[in-house]
Ligand binder design. Structure first.
Ligand code: NAD
Length: 486
């Protein structure tokens, strides 16, 4: 046997490296965070938050009813003039404090995020929590420079912002919503998603520790009915929603004619385009990061992989080999690449769409790996022989499933990438700078990454076109939705 063969046969394995939940100060029960304190629900209920990796309850959480939401909005209303009346410098100091406290409690927040949502600790530790702190730092810096962010014009806050976030990045989405709203002088009522309320409640504790004036932030967990009731409350001036396109449309209809400003960050079916001149090994890492990051529960996931025909077999071969090395399992293990599916409902939806892909004639390959007995899991999966009309090429799967299509020319790549009702993000892999710029400017997507994917930064705007919504979060553009500009 040659040395080369011996080397390639080495199988690296890792001992488990679990992060310990003992660092977490999790309460048995959480109330609704209204007017600076945790309160018992008036007409809401109490629901356990479940760990998707074990199906065990983590803590009991109050879900808001109509009366609770009314009280939350009233509290935000009462606090708003005082908050907007502070100088930008003073508001900024509070945001800096929140950012620093997120950093201080980073380990705890990362563990809770992984336990409540199922994402690998590597991601919550290295991405979600640091980016959440970075968003508060970023908007702390803007609080006293608002008019510079809107082209030197006069700007005033809308008033009370109702904010609804999904379950895939619970803490980070809360930060994306709260940081710019508060910097601009709005107060907020934030509704976390029903399956992942815990880190938002930790953020409520952080608001208390930062001595944020009562009423500036309310955190009111609840299900879809609470979200629907929140956007219908009188007394709100702004709605910012991140979630599915169907719910976004419902909210838009509910707000019609009420003069309420709206931002919608919705779903996606983003194209990740691999040209034959790309650095292919690097592109394969980008494909993996694009679709298997957070189990594919990512609005901008690179779920439609477009590969130039001349390199399709090579790329698919390398990708399949790389997928076989992904470690699926315990989200708290620091070696895990792919964690648990967030909920039983989401797992059912993934399974349903994957079955549809097989029935429609695409070729499915799922990695063979040992999945834990309890909890909700889905092995990394690739579909080839996908036609543009297949459901798996059109609909958002929101799971670790990539659909591969091929193209021959640059024009065909652009046409296929744009052949979607969505327009959230895209990736381009090429070593030709001019080609990258040309393709990027032809793509109907809010964000286009070149030779990278899923790269986030608080200074950069993020948001969609078409059915992916409107409005931008991040950077100076992220101030605009929270200000009335004259
Ligand atoms: P979802 O729309 O079902 O729920 C999102 C939030 O809205 C949750 O808090 C939910 O309780 C609430 N909600 C549900 N029904 C409501 C209603 N009728 N009125 C008001 N609120 C309601 O979406 P989801 O399944 O939780 O999240 C996944 C979706 O979110 C995907 O489509 C994904 O692409 C999208 N998403 C988009 C972005 C982005 O920035 N564009 C980011 C993350 C997720």
């Amino acid at each position: 046997m040659s040395t080369q063969e011996t080397r390639t046969r080495i199988v690296w394995d890792y001992a488990p490296a679990p992060e310990s939940p003992e660092h977490v100060r999790l309460r048995d029960s959480y109330g609704l965070f209204i007017d600076g304190d945790f309160r018992d629900p008036l007409d809401g209920t109490r629901v356990p938050s479940i760990n998707p990796a074990s199906e065990e309850p983590l803590a009991e959480v109050a879900f808001a009813g109509e009366e609770d939401l009314r009280r939350a909005v009233e509290s935000a209303r009462a606090a708003q003039p005082g908050w907007a009346g502070l100088s930008g410098l003073e508001r900024g100091k509070y945001l800096f404090r929140i950012a620093r406290l997120i950093q201080e409690r980073a380990r705890e927040l990362a563990i809770v995020e992984s336990m409540d949502g199922g994402k690998p600790i590597r991601e919550s530790r290295d991405v979600d929590v640091p980016l959440a702190a970075a968003h508060f730092f970023h908007y702390a810096g803007w609080a006293d420079k608002l008019s510079y962010g809107v082209g030197g014009r006069d700007a005033v806050p809308h008033g009370v912002a109702a904010q609804i976030v999904p379950w895939n990045f619970p803490l980070l989405m809360a930060a994306w919503k709260l940081a710019p709203a508060l910097a601009c002088g709005n107060t907020a009522v934030l509704k976390p998603a029903e399956t992942t309320p815990l880190t938002a409640l930790f953020l409520a504790e952080i608001c208390q520790e930062a001595e944020l004036p009562p009423g500036v932030v309310q955190i009111v967990p609840g299900d879809g009915s609470a979200g629907a009731a929140l956007v219908r409350q009188p007394g709100i001036d702004k709605v910012a929603f991140t979630g599915s396109t169907a719910v976004g449309k419902d909210i838009q209809a509910a707000l019609a004619g009420r003069g309420i400003s709206l931002t919608l960050e919705l779903g996606g079916k983003s194209a990740n385009v691999i040209f034959e001149d790309a650095a292919l090994d690097q592109a394969v890492e980008g494909i993996v990061n694009g679709i298997f990051f957070n189990q594919g529960h990512v609005c901008c996931a690179g779920s439609r992989l477009l590969i130039q025909e001349s390199v399709a077999d090579v790329v698919i071969g390398k990708l399949w080999e790389r997928m076989g090395r992904l470690r699926v399992g315990d989200p708290l293990d620091k070696n895990t690449d792919v964690g648990a599916i967030n909920s039983r409902e989401q797992l059912t939806r993934i399974q349903e769409l994957v079955s549809a892909g097989e029935e429609e004639g695409a070729v499915r390959r799922s990695v063979v790996c040992e999945l834990p007995e309890r909890g909700w899991w889905f092995a990394p999966t690739i579909f080839t022989e996908v036609a543009p009309a297949h459901r798996i090429a059109v609909e958002e799967i929101f799971g670790p499933v990539v659909s591969v299509l091929t193209f021959r020319t640059q024009a065909e790549a652009i046409q296929k990438a744009n052949n979607s009702a969505y327009g959230l993000a895209a990736g381009i892999w090429t070593d030709k700078g001019a080609k990258a710029f040309e393709v990027a400017s032809a793509l109907q997507a809010g964000v286009v990454w070149q030779n990278t994917y899923n790269h986030f930064d608080p200074t950069a705007a993020f948001g969609g076109y078409k059915e992916s919504g409107f409005g931008r979060e991040g950077g100076p553009a992220g101030l605009r939705p929270y200000l009335k500009v004259s």
